[in-house]
Write a protein that binds this ligand. Structure first.
Ligand code: DAH
Length: 340
């Protein structure tokens, strides 16, 4: 090592800060450095000497780079050490930074619904997301090749099971495992082959099922409980039952509430708007008296009962005035941040 090289190494080693080190790196290895000038001489060197000349320069350059790198590690360690010495952490300090997240509107709505029914002594049941055909369709009075199956097309596994298209199979599971009286709700994810403004391939439902001895449960009980429930969720709304069809209930009804978006505060009437397609009504759930074929499938006799099912996202959209269902699954902080 010649005198020049020693001096250069000394310079590196005596650096006190990252800025100094960077200046020296530019000075010793940059475009205007001595070593760059030496490299430029390559063109003028005779061919048979080139190899040795270049090897020598590369070695010098590598030595300098290494020394700079070592110094950098040393300076970083010192900086960290100093920082740790000077900063005190108060572990007893209460975190006033309220950036701690929020309930997702779907969870919020689901919890609100669950809490309501819990107070009425409903038990919470659950079932698997991958269901068999019997529980999801057959036992619910949807035989194979029945056209009503088309409304709930889904994702099948190779062994003939499927991602459940609704929470109704939990009705079957519960009835097969328990004796009446039964009074349950079953929240959970369901799956369908849908994707547009109001449908996503995965969404969330809550199922309700109440069964007791014959003649103990009537449509009047169903009507009362749903009216009370919907007014708890949406405030002072009118509730209307429309005759409808579901294979697993007879009679069946779809339930509407008076539109909360165009309600005239004075008269209390909903006058019609874009959200309710100018009808003044919003459809919110399906329900009915459990069909005898369902009782047959699970081996029940001498009972009566009602069931209902609703989409939680639909409720969340109405409660929070969210226009596009898909935005509930976008994880966009601008939407979700509003629910703190
Ligand atoms: N399972 C139905 C669906 O996903 C919803 C439903 C309607 C559930 C009526 C019920 C019911 O329990 O009685 O479209």
């Amino acid at each position: 090592m010649n005198q020049d090289q020693k001096e250069e190494l000394n310079k590196i080693n005596s650096c006190k800060s990252m800025e100094d080190l960077n200046d020296i790196r530019v000075e010793l290895l940059g475009k205007k450095s001595k070593i760059s000038a030496e490299f430029a001489k390559m063109k003028t060197i005779e061919n048979h000497l080139k190899k040795e000349f270049a090897a020598n320069l590369n070695k010098q350059k590598a030595e300098l780079s290494k020394a700079i790198e070592n110094k950098k590690v040393e300076l970083e360690a010192i900086a960290l050490e100093n920082e740790l010495k000077s900063s005190k952490i108060d572990v007893t300090r209460f975190n006033t930074d309220d950036n701690i997240g929020a309930h997702h509107p779907v969870s919020y709505t689901m919890n609100k619904i669950i809490r309501y029914f819990e107070k009425l002594n409903f038990k919470i049941e659950s079932g698997p997301l991958v269901e068999n055909d019997f529980n999801n369709f057959e036992a619910l009075n949807l035989p194979k090749f029945h056209p009503a199956r088309d409304m709930q097309d889904t994702f099948y596994t190779k062994d003939g099971n499927l991602l459940r298209t609704h929470t109704s199979p939990v009705q079957i599971r519960t009835m097969m495992n328990q004796k009446p009286p039964i009074k349950i709700i079953a929240p959970g994810n369901v799956f369908r082959r849908d994707f547009d403004l109001t449908h996503t391939p995965m969404f969330t439902q809550i199922e309700g099922l109440v069964i007791d001895d014959e003649d103990k449960i009537s449509f009047a009980n169903l009507k009362f409980i749903l009216e009370e429930f919907l007014q708890h969720m949406f405030g002072d709304v009118e509730v209307r039952f429309r005759p409808s069809f579901f294979p697993f209930t007879e009679p069946s009804a779809e339930v509407d509430i008076s539109c909360i978006f165009c309600k005239d505060e004075k008269s209390g009437k909903s006058t019609g708007c874009r959200v309710c397609s100018h009808t003044g009504w919003l459809e919110v759930l399906g329900c009915g008296m459990v069909d005898v074929n369902v009782y047959k499938a699970v081996g029940y006799e001498g009972v009566s009962g009602y069931a209902f099912g609703l989409g939680i996202e639909r409720f969340a959209m109405l409660l929070h005035k969210i226009g596009d269902l898909r935005s509930l699954f976008d994880s966009d902080i601008r939407l979700l941040g509003q629910f703190k």
